[in-house]
Design a protein around this ligand. Sequence first.
Ligand SMILES: Cc1cc2nc3c(=O)[nH]c(=O)nc-3n(C[C@H](O)[C@H](O)[C@H](O)COP(=O)(O)O)c2cc1C
Length: 336
Amino acid sequence: MHDQDLVKSNPWSIKEGSFPTDGNIEEKLKFLLRYAILAPSSHNTQPWKFSLDNNTVKIFIDRDRWLKVADSDRRELHISIGCALENLIVAANHFGYRCDVDYLPESEKKYPAVSVTFQGSNSQPQSSSNGLFEAIRGRHTNHNVYEAKPIGEENLEKLQNINKGKEIRLHLTDDPEVKRKVDSLMTKGDAMQFADPEWREELGYWMGQGVFGTSWLTSKMSQLAVTYLNMGKSTAKKDSELLLSAPVLGVISSRSDGREARIKAGQTFERLALTAASLNISLHPMSQILEITELKSEVAKLIPVSDVYSQQTFRLGYAEPEKKHTPRRPLEEVLV
Ligand SMILES: Cc1cc2nc3c(=O)[nH]c(=O)nc-3n(C[C@H](O)[C@H](O)[C@H](O)COP(=O)(O)O)c2cc1C
């Protein structure tokens, strides 16, 4: 199969060496966008669209892919957009581009959320010392039980010190008391979500689309099971095991709570995920406690700073690697 067809059928097969050094700006930006679409997103909805205009990329939010029940306040929708934006910037920097990012005001639905202008590159890959570019293809959400191995001081510091900007905070903790409280909130969250037929139907719909990389038959069976059975108890038990196995829990928060702050929180989340991947540390976002208003306010009480909005909760640790990537829509499907 020709390189380009391979990348269309499996977006994860993109290779650094295929950068179109002698191509025009459109070909180069398209190549960089192939890294943007490898970003994580809630339920792997990939709620993004992109347009190209000279040296500018505009990122649009695809509202048809918004999780209206699980993510009623659109927090995760915007975080997912931030993840794709961060991948784009990391890839662009790797190929020598400087990016000017404009966060656009929230107005009519059809307008873009972000505009990125690319400046000056000799198209020569930079010898990346931080490993973030390489980590775009290496990153997975790791759903396994984590090992009883602490994250050492040096690596914790690297994670804590990622570039966050002024708006965003990152709080990491290994405090067993905090873990216990989060565990109890999560057990409540799982019970509340599974008791809601609309929530189950929405999750079932996405599972049925094969977003988690399962075969057609397994996807359809999972859809039926999730939609018609209340698996709250068994899910809570499994989630509790996952959570308590992790040596470190974390939350990303922001000083304000508009679209821009959430997109920036998403960028920080992805930067953290890439940094963790570059250190062979696994990461798993666990969002249910922020998807339920009553529980979200309890999470805020666990953060040792005031006047911040919780944006993303997750666990970190060491684990058996995930075996395969979740599927991605090809770039051709998300270019407008
Ligand atoms: C904003 C956001 C919220 C997420 N919440 C959860 C979650 O609550 N539980 C979970 O297992 N995965 C969660 N994920 C991970 C996605 O399911 C995952 O990114 C997607 O399936 C793609 O897989 P990958 O990250 O391995 O590429 C979340 C991801 C994002 C970006």
